[in-house]
Design a protein around this ligand. Structure first.
Ligand code: AMP
Ligand code: ZN
Length: 458
């Protein structure tokens, strides 16, 4: 079966054929870097990390170009700088690195390109000039606005009636706009704000502009797949489409559009503005292994809503434990072993992760009933599937020492083991037995060996 993805523009699944199989291109709208990101942001990044992996599997690791931007100039960043007194580039560099480190913990591969908006200001100004020359944009009151009337297809991606969308998005009505739906390409910068000289005075770019520019520069005028969260369809992606097409003689921005569904808290979207966020940073600090978070994020199909709960994390940990118990038996490298067909086919069908998980569970159950070489082979195939999906990358021995969100930390257990060794040396068996029993009650098993005691979580 060939690859197929649900294309938001076509509103159906379509067979995926890249324009050039030797140079497949994908772009994901990345974070605005002024603070720690939440687990909803991570859902988007991890869903499309899986897409990147599947494309690499299909077309070869060297044939996929994947860019994900950092928005490093924005009202929210300026506000954060004013509030904390820290310079803007200190804030954005710090949180861009935090974001990359966190996604690394979640086994996300590095994109092939990570462009930053502020590194593309001259290209942004050039694009705005092209739009003005083409009659698609106009300067007014220090601003440059894109005229939505100039692009007949405006609104096609999000589909809804344009006036309804505009009302829903509460677009800003401003006296200098010809049409309330016209959006800002360039805006004036206040004295105490960062700005760049331009033909329209000192100012800074609007948010939508950067993606059009970085896509063109990093990947080309028309890319294969453009991705992002479903909240970005309107206005962000409509605006990207309109800018790019009008600047590039009508060439479409992307051949396929993929959007992930929301991660929710109860019935609400997780979002900073509602304030119901769980930070990835915090989960990792609490001791949840990155793979557990990844497993939880991919447990629902990427287009479906996913409700985030602590129980989901606990279940994910338990499921991964069952795999690691088998993986522990075989330390060898994957070698020639291939991921099972059931997993590969599920992923090729619009990244169907629930079905891929079913394939993994099935193979695990089969492996558990086998012996000898057959068992070893099945375990290696599990590892191969894990490598494709970004799982099973931890060392099994340390996996079982990881914290499951509650219970004592590894350091605390090590300290107790030391105390127990001292107690035994002093023949204080009451104390040493109590330490053993207390740990057992928390699911931690001590194994005494010739070189001293080791421990593992049951
Ligand atoms: P932002 O920094 O808010 O622009 O978001 C970065 C990316 O995360 C975008 O692709 C958003 O669509 C996505 N995103 C934000 N909130 C959620 C959520 N609750 N669930 C899934 N994706 C989200
Ligand atoms: Zn974008």
């Amino acid at each position: 079966m060939s690859l197929q993805f649900y294309d938001t523009m076509a509103r159906k699944k379509r067979a995926f054929e890249p324009a050039d199989p030797k140079r497949v291109t994908m772009y994901v709208c990345g974070p605005t870097v002024y603070n720690y990101t939440h687990i909803g942001n991570a859902r988007s990044a991890i869903a499309f990390d899986l897409l990147f992996r599947v494309l690499r599997h299909e077309f070869g690791a060297d044939h996929v170009n994947y860019a994900r931007n950092f928005t490093d100039i924005d009202d929210k960043i300026i506000k954060a700088s004013k509030e904390t007194g820290a310079p803007i580039d200190e804030i954005t560099k710090k949180f861009a690195q935090v974001y990359l480190d966190e996604l690394g913990e979640l086994n996300a591969l590095a994109p092939t390109g990570a462009p930053r908006a502020t590194e593309h200001i001259p290209e942004m100004i050039a694009l705005v000039e092209r739009l003005v020359d083409a009659g698609a944009a106009y300067a007014a009151d220090g601003h440059v606005l894109f005229s939505v009337e100039s692009f007949a297809e405006y609104g096609r991606l999000s589909g809804a009636n344009r006036d309804e969308m505009i009302a829903g998005a509460r677009v800003e009505v401003a006296p200098y706009k010809k049409n309330p739906a016209d959006f800002v390409l360039w805006k004036p910068a206040a004295e105490d704000e960062p700005g760049w000289d331009s033909p329209w005075g000192r100012g800074r770019p609007g948010w939508h502009l950067e993606c059009s520019v970085m896509i063109k520069k990093g990947l080309g005028e028309t890319i294969d797949i453009h991705c992002g969260g479903q909240d970005l369809r309107f206005p962000h992606h409509e605006n990207e489409i309109a800018q790019s097409a009008c600047a590039h003689d009508g060439a479409p921005l992307a051949r396929y559009w993929m959007h992930n569904g929301f991660l929710r808290m109860g019935t609400d979207k997780m979002s900073k503005s509602i304030g119901n966020v769980v930070l990835t940073h915090q989960l990792l600090k609490d001791g949840w292994p990155g793979e557990v978070i990844r497993w939880a994020l991919l447990s629902a199909h990427y287009r479906q809503p996913l409700e985030w709960t602590e129980d989901l994390l606990r279940q994910s940990k338990r499921q991964l434990d069952r795999f690691y118990r088998l993986l522990e038996e075989v330390a060898d490298d994957i070698g020639e072993a291939a991921a099972p067909e059931s997993v590969v086919l599920a992923l090729k069908d619009d990244l169907n992760t629930p079905e891929a998980y079913a394939g993994l569970h099935e193979l695990r159950d089969i492996a558990a009933q086998m012996d000898g070489a057959a068992r070893r082979n099945a375990i290696l195939r599990l590892r191969a599937a894990g490598r494709l999906m970004g799982f099973f990358e931890a060392d099994p021995a340390s996996w079982f020492k990881g914290v499951g969100g509650d219970g004592p930390t590894a350091e605390e257990i090590d300290a107790l083991l030391l105390k127990r060794a001292e107690a035994r040396k002093a023949k204080d068996f009451a104390t040493s037995d109590k330490i053993r029993d207390d740990l057992a009650a928390q699911g931690i098993v001590i194994e005494d060996g010739a070189d001293g005691a080791t421990w593992r979580r049951e």
